[in-house]
Design a protein. Structure first.
Length: 96
């Protein structure tokens, strides 16, 4: 995944709330709140040809988001299973 970072066809997708996102997120991440009523429509507007790394706090919401992405025929989706909690545990950088 590191070699993908910064590439125009690679998207880091944070599916937490804007408040959670504001407390810290992966550098370069885009926030798309799973809990909004129009989440699926907003997700559906994204390109299916890009590569996505999807995460949330601990992996629960991102699992749901990935299920929706698979149903919408996104081609390449990766799951950050431990979420940002696991990321911070490993002392990787977070943007605030």
């Amino acid at each position: 995944m590191r070699e993908q970072r910064g590439q125009p066809d690679f998207v880091i997708l944070d599916v937490r709330t804007p408040e959670e996102f504001g407390h810290g997120h992966l550098p370069g991440a885009v926030n798309l709140n799973l809990m909004t009523p129009d989440f699926e429509a907003r997700l559906g507007a994204l390109s299916r040809d890009k590569t996505y790394l999807v995460y949330c706090r601990t992996g629960n919401r991102s699992t749901t988001a990935i299920e929706i992405m698979e149903r919408l025929k996104f081609r390449t989706v990766f799951h950050m299973f431990e979420g940002i909690v696991g990321w911070e545990k490993k002392q990787f950088p977070v943007t605030r």
